[in-house]
Design a protein around this ligand. Structure first.
Ligand SMILES: [Zn+2]
Length: 335
């Protein structure tokens, strides 16, 4: 008889799905607070995959894509375990803001992992999540997007270790941009990478794409990636698919050269190589004159663009990727 697997308040046996939470103290009504978790434990052994959403509360792509992926999993046909945390930062999700508006000291949950048991409020939640995850996790996908002010195209920031690069490649054919992000940094993927496990941060979407069919399309795209990962690691049946090659490099944040209204170049493709000097967007003053231009500083790709036109000089306009190498062997080491 297998032993129960216990994560937070959830204790599951093989072939079971259970819901519960990671305890995070009391609220003002003296009620227990928990971060909701859903655990699918397969009948056979296999990796433990964590799907972490809404580290940032204005990024609902994580929760919606997780719901869509879970709807396609049957614990009776699963090998290994899927632990889903649709919204890691419930306070921020409630407010629809990047961080918890009541926490001005540790606002950005994606900068402070593994958290602190006796830290500021968000640090404590990160700590509770990390304690629940660290010993029961082989693979971790944290899903992000451009949130309320921007749009992000398919991009994976992978911890710089072989297990994380393999996990990135396992997301499938839509994910050809894979940038190394180091290990041991302040986000959960980086901390999982530091343990030698697979940890990736995937980016797709933004609040400019949360209406009707568009939001479904974004979430379906992400969910297809998670399911491809499960096929790659033999957690579910069926052949995984892969990109023919992966573009790796580093990002440059392009900042507004002037204050006004940012308007992107309508011809501009995302995720496609463009030459240095390409006009990415223009900034108008309130007389209608163009007072600044954002241009590609080098040959590279656009993977993120500001979606809120009002902009101040020095604010973020474009996430620009410089490709240093194209590789085709992130997966081959495994097979
Ligand atoms: Zn985010």
């Amino acid at each position: 008889m297998a032993a129960p697997l216990t994560i937070g308040t959830v204790s599951v046996m093989p072939g079971e799905m259970k819901r519960g939470g990671i305890p995070i103290g009391k609220d003002m009504y003296a009620r227990d607070r928990e971060v909701p978790i859903i655990v699918y434990r397969g009948v056979e052994d296999g990796p433990i995959l964590w799907l972490n959403g809404a580290t940032h509360g204005d990024e609902p792509e994580g929760p919606f894509s997780i719901f869509k992926a879970l709807a396609q999993i049957d614990p009776q046909k699963l090998r290994g375990t899927v632990v889903a945390v649709p919204a890691m930062n419930v306070q921020a999700f409630t407010a629809g803001t990047r961080g918890d508006p009541l926490d001005t000291f540790s606002y950005d949950m994606n900068r402070l992992y593994p958290g602190k048991a006796e830290g500021y409020t968000t640090e404590r939640i990160a700590w509770a999540h990390w304690q629940a995850m660290k010993d029961h996790c082989d693979l971790q996908i944290a899903t992000h997007s451009g949130g309320e002010h921007s749009y992000l195209a398919h991009m994976i920031f992978a911890s710089d270790n072989p297990a994380s690069l393999e996990l990135a490649a396992a997301m499938g054919p839509n994910w050809t941009l894979v940038f190394r992000s180091g290990t041991g940094g302040g986000n959960p993927s980086s901390q999982i990478g530091a343990l030698g496990k697979g940890g990736v941060t995937v980016e797709l979407g933004g609040n400019c794409r949360t209406l009707t069919s568009d939001f479904h399309a974004i979430a379906d795209d992400l969910a297809a990636g998670y399911l491809n990962v499960m096929r790659h690691y033999k957690m579910i049946d069926g052949p995984a698919q892969y990109a023919p090659a992966w573009r790796m490099g580093f990002q440059i944040a392009l900042l507004a050269p002037a204050t006004g209204m940012f308007v992107g170049n309508p011809e501009l493709p995302f995720e496609t190589n463009i030459p240095a000097g390409t006009i990415i967007g223009q900034i108008y003053d309130l007389y209608g004159d163009v007072i600044g231009e954002v241009k590609a500083p080098r040959d590279g790709v656009i993977f993120g663009l500001r979606s809120r036109p009002s902009v101040l000089e020095g604010q973020w306009c474009c996430f620009f990727g410089v490709i240093e190498q194209t590789v085709d062997d992130l997966i081959s080491k495994k097979s």
